[in-house]
Design a protein around this ligand. Structure first.
Ligand code: HEC
Ligand code: HEC
Ligand code: HEC
Length: 434
């Protein structure tokens, strides 16, 4: 905490110095590429609905399960406290019903509330700043067409100096530039559509780009992989070994639009949510544009890169009869637990029962010896609905102790990734709080 405070104070000073030079605001309206799913001749509500889905506003503004759509109240646990997303329904008293168009546009482009206070960048205005004004207003029109919900906002729970919203001015000065998406005329229209979908709307970088000491996305390290809420958002640069360069177009399109690609794994945690609420609704041409854009992201190795040996026999079929060679301590106990709770869905060979979603072989997660995502998956499970089908795995967090979860994670990593898992009960305990 103390170290963080020092970092923040240092940032304020650096920010103040840099701010004078860097805090440029581009007030232009912006020209968005035309998306297949939001054609120009569609009504503003149809476009607004598509854009709101592509930007995944609902994910952070709706409490999972019991919350009213867009009524806010979702907690964001930051290293220095907790903030809650706001009610963005058109309710005049507790939502944003009284906001003018300009106030809404200023919030989305610059992270400033209607009362002039700064918003924290847990709200990814750092990406949405790229949206054209007319797209932002289409989003507003759509959200304002939905039921109003009377639900007061929860105050952020932050200690000094982090509760000082004005201090965000310095952060913005150091790390943020308010600017609209500018199409690259040297690239084909499809590439520009993909770039707009990935940056302004899908904000892939907010999760997949590493952050610097000031929690800002690192420049020049685009999509090289990062960690959030205990999950590793993998390197998705075009690097063939550590990124997704070796995935076929079809595999990438399938993963993004359905949350699964055969032999590559399934989307869980925050990525599962992105597929569930957002990506599955994109038109096939827009998914293709997104894939084309990912291909053009310069290859990078990223921090703690994870390699998958696809020629190895265990990457094709593992079996209980042919035990893994790289086992961690407690493998036999892990096997017993797996037999009792997991094999019915995942099968002994990890190929998945009924639904291919439950296939474990070949995924980045089971090849990560630290097992972040495997641990999170066991603790939280998955519950999403994709193209009309339920994708379900129970949450085992309450059923198992930290020791049991660690044994299970290490078993899965050994059996299906053929690596010695390093998950400890202490790591599991830490993962529970994320
Ligand atoms: C990754 C999570 C996340 C996503 C995605 C997200 N928001 Fe938010 N939003 C937040 C959080 C958290 C806050 C509160 C920030 C604060 O209190 O400083 C917020 C605040 C806001 C506010 C300010 C409301 C007020 O009363 O102060 C508006 C407006 C808003 N969001 C609109 C949107 C729109 C429109 C989208 C989609 C284009 C969107 N948000 C997507 C997390 C998110
Ligand atoms: C809210 C955070 C978040 C956002 C936004 C997000 N991702 Fe992800 N992504 C993740 C996480 C976490 C994983 C790991 C999921 C897992 O292992 O189950 C992941 C996994 C992936 C993978 C699989 C990589 C591999 O090697 O297995 C691809 C591809 C991907 N994301 C692409 C995208 C694209 C493209 C976008 C933007 C349209 C995007 N993601 C937006 C968090 C996010
Ligand atoms: C009811 C069926 C079911 C049971 C029981 C179940 N799973 Fe799953 N599991 C799934 C499905 C479906 C997925 C794919 C979810 C998704 O889309 O991310 C999955 C995904 C996973 C993943 C992530 C795979 C990847 O692609 O990265 C791991 C690891 C995992 N399960 C481990 C376990 C373990 C360990 C157990 C036992 C404690 C277990 N599962 C029990 C259905 C199940």
């Amino acid at each position: 905490m103390k170290r963080l405070s020092i970092v923040i104070v240092a940032l304020l000073v650096i920010g103040a110095a840099l701010g004078l030079f860097l805090n440029r605001t581009d007030a232009s309206e912006g020209q968005a590429p035309v998306l297949a799913g939001a054609p120009v001749d569609a009504s503003v509500l149809v476009r607004g609905e598509y854009l709101t889905k592509a930007a995944d506003c609902i994910a952070c503004h709706t409490v999972p399960g019991k919350g009213q759509p867009f009524a806010g109240g979702v907690p964001f646990v930051l290293p220095f406290g907790t903030i809650y997303s706001s009610n963005i329904t058109a309710d005049s008293d507790t939502g944003i019903g009284r906001w003018t168009d300009d106030e809404f546009v200023r919030a989305v482009h610059n992270g400033v509330r209607s009362d002039g206070q700064r918003l924290y960048p847990a709200f990814p205005y750092t990406s949405y700043t790229q949206l054209s004004r007319s797209d932002v207003l289409a989003i507003k029109a759509y959200i304002f067409s939905l039921p109003k919900v009377n639900q007061p906002n929860r105050e952020a729970d932050l200690g000094f100096p982090f509760n000082q919203r004005w201090a965000m001015w310095f952060w913005n000065a150091a790390f943020f530039k308010s600017e609209r998406f500018a199409a690259d005329p040297a690239r084909p229209a499809e590439w520009n559509q993909g770039a707009y979908l990935a940056t302004a709307l899908g904000h892939c970088a907010e999760c997949h780009t590493p952050r610097n000491v000031g929690f800002a996305m690192e420049k020049g390290n685009d999509l090289a992989g990062a960690t959030l809420q205990g999950w590793r958002a993998w390197n998705i640069t075009s690097d063939p070994k550590y990124g997704v360069g070796a995935w076929s177009d079809q595999e990438l399109a399938s993963y993004l639009s359905t949350g699964h690609a055969d032999g590559r794994g399934s989307a869980g945690g925050p990525m599962g949510e992105a597929v569930d609420h957002s990506l599955q609704y994109l038109a096939p041409q827009d998914i293709a544009a997104l894939v084309g854009y990912l291909r053009s992201v310069p290859p990078r190795q990223g921090d703690s890169p994870i390699d998958i040996d696809r020629k190895a026999p265990w990457a094709v079929s593992a079996s209980a009869a042919a035990p893994a060679t790289n086992t961690a301590e407690g493998h036999a106990q892990g096997l017993k637990l797996f037999a009792a709770a997991c094999a019915s869905c995942h099968q002994w060979n990890g190929q998945g029962q009924q639904a291919p979603y439950a296939a474990l072989l070949g995924s980045r997660s089971v090849n990560d010896p630290d097992g972040s995502n495997v641990t999170q998956m066991i603790l939280q499970g998955v519950n999403m609905r994709v193209h009309g089908n339920d994708v379900y795995m129970p949450a085992f967090g309450k059923a198992y102790t930290d020791t049991e979860v660690a044994l299970l994670a290490n078993y899965v990593i050994a059996q299906f990734g053929n690596k010695a898992g390093k998950v400890t009960p202490e790591m599991v305990a830490a993962q529970r709080g994320k």
